[in-house]
Design a binder for this molecule. Structure first.
Ligand SMILES: C[C@](O)(CO)[C@H](O)COP(=O)(O)OP(=O)(O)OC[C@H]1O[C@@H](n2ccc(N)nc2=O)[C@H](O)[C@@H]1O
Ligand SMILES: Nc1ncnc2c1ncn2[C@@H]1O[C@H](COP(=O)(O)OP(=O)(O)OP(=O)(O)O)[C@@H](O)[C@H]1O
Length: 271
């Protein structure tokens, strides 16, 4: 069984509070982004435990890989045979694109189907939340308004299908937990739901990502990328999640030459 696990971007990210356990409360829109990891799951009846092989981007195989964690989460409750998972990694990590989380969510979905476990969509979302705050989104995998720690969803109508998205990932990778250590709850932002109803060219005045200020101070190249996207004609540009990737939303096809040397550029045909 093979699946294509997509990335996400965050449109707006307001940190609005902090829980007693240290997790932050936020408001953000999660939007699927067409950049994919490829996951294959093969039954290995003769093996004694689940195995993982990673090709593509260099990521060492470790027990904390969300593909293996997803397998073990279900294997604890349901008697699953060992499997071999082949992850072809294409989504950059430490980028705020939710690639690892997407892998975890897709492995849960695949195992549920492959072994007829019978978990409902809601139960899969609950299991995904045990893997990480970004995982549950990938169960519904459509533009959603997120609150709480990023796992309470409600519908929002945002359609960028007539726009062109460009993503730039600098060489720097940022660990999410570390990024949260540098961010403070901020009550001065505009209501995200309301400002996202404005035309996209007005978002730059009102739609903020609260991680940017702290991260830009540590890594000025990320601010530079955002400015370069605006200089190239973006209607709106922002770091995704806790970074380091930055996306730009353009009204028409983009001349990518001005972005050369800033990082890896991803320019999907459709969004
Ligand atoms: C920045 C975002 O990507 C925005 O979508 C997410 O909030 C990050 O979600 P994630 O990578 O799935 O995060 P997790 O793996 O659950 O948590 C990693 C670490 O980030 C911090 N964390 C995460 C989510 C959250 N709402 N508040 C937090 O403070 C916690 O210190 C946690 O130990
Ligand atoms: N399947 C996976 N793909 C990528 N990273 C993974 C995976 N499983 C575990 N990880 C670990 O997660 C780290 C990246 O997570 P981090 O939260 O810092 O970045 P991110 O870009 O926000 O991505 P994500 O939301 O995919 O975790 C990697 O360095 C790696 O140690």
């Amino acid at each position: 069984m093979i699946s294509f696990a997509n990335a996400k971007i965050n449109i707006g990210l307001n940190i609005v509070g902090k829980r007693a356990d240290g997790y932050h409360l936020l408001e953000s829109v999660f939007y699927p982004f067409p950049l994919y990891d490829i996951i294959e799951i093969i039954s290995t009846e003769s093996a004694t435990k689940a195995t993982l092989e990673i090709t593509g981007l260099h990521l060492p195989v470790e027990d904390n890989n969300l593909c293996l964690k997803a397998y073990h989460l279900l294997a604890e409750r349901f008697s699953l045979p060992p499997v071999h998972i082949h992850l072809h990694k294409q989504i950059p990590f430490g980028a705020g694109l939710g690639g690892g989380s997407s892998d975890g969510a897709f492995v849960l979905k695949m195992l549920n189907e492959k072994f007829n476990i019978g978990l409902s969509a809601l139960q899969l979302e609950e299991e995904a939340a045990k893997l990480g705050a970004d995982c549950p989104f990938f169960m519904q995998n459509k533009p959603l308004y997120a609150e709480g720690i990023g796992t309470d969803f409600s519908p929002i109508s945002i359609d960028l299908s007539d726009k062109f998205l460009v993503l730039v990932k600098p060489e720097i990778s940022i660990a999410t937990a570390e990024a949260y250590q540098h961010v403070k709850p901020n009550s001065s932002n505009d209501d995200l739901r309301e400002v996202l109803q404005l035309p996209v060219q007005d978002w730059k005045f009102y739609v903020k990502n609260d991680f940017e200020e702290g991260i830009f101070e540590i890594y000025p190249i990320i601010r530079k990328i955002k400015l370069a996207l605006y200089a190239a004609g973006a209607l709106y540009a922002s770091m995704s999640g806790s970074g380091s990737a930055v996306y730009g939303i353009f009204p028409k096809p983009v001349d990518l030459t001005t972005l050369k040397g800033l990082g890896e550029v991803y320019y999907p045909k459709e969004i």
